[in-house]
Design a protein around this ligand. Structure first.
Ligand code: DQA
Length: 145
């Protein structure tokens, strides 16, 4: 079963970006980690990243049409993009929201995610493990369905 891992703005710079907060794992390593974790759980994982909001919205529309489950790190868009939230609300298969950092332990403007209310669940603060845990959940959930 196919699952998409979608990453928002600035996440392509993982590995060099504020490593004290986001860790030393590069975006390419994160993508490989997700693909391997998916494979081990019987999922065909496709990982993508964009800095263009309209591109992410387009992928979410495609996921909605194809009923593809999604792991999404909406990055900064989490905190203000009603457009990304509305696209997430249209999804027809489960959505898991992931943040590498613990957004609740950071600046006040990061404490709220407009996406969370339309996600099946949210994982934050566990670094790249969060992605693996999200994929584990989707594999379990899809096996039960
Ligand atoms: C993030 C947290 C956001 O507040 C931030 O804008 C990001 C990454 C995370 O993965 O911890 O870009 O979503």
């Amino acid at each position: 079963r196919e699952v998409w891992v979608l990453n928002g703005v600035n996440l392509g710079r993982l590995g060099t970006r504020q490593t004290d907060i986001y860790g030393l794992t590069s975006y390419a390593e994160l993508a490989a980690l997700c693909e391997a974790a998916g494979r081990a759980r019987g999922l065909a994982v496709r990982v993508r990243q964009t800095d263009a909001e309209h591109e992410l919205v387009g992928w979410l529309h495609e996921a909605a049409d194809a009923a593809v489950p999604v792991v999404l790190n909406p990055a900064a868009w989490s905190h203000y993009s009603v457009a990304v939230r509305d696209a997430c609300a249209m999804l027809t298969a489960p959505l898991v929201e992931v943040h590498l950092s613990n957004i609740h332990a950071r600046e006040a403007f990061r404490h709220h995610s407009v996406v969370s209310a339309v996600a099946a669940g949210v994982i934050c603060g566990l670094g790249t493990d969060g992605y693996v845990l999200a994929l584990t959940h989707l594999a379990n959930r899809l096996a039960d369905a």
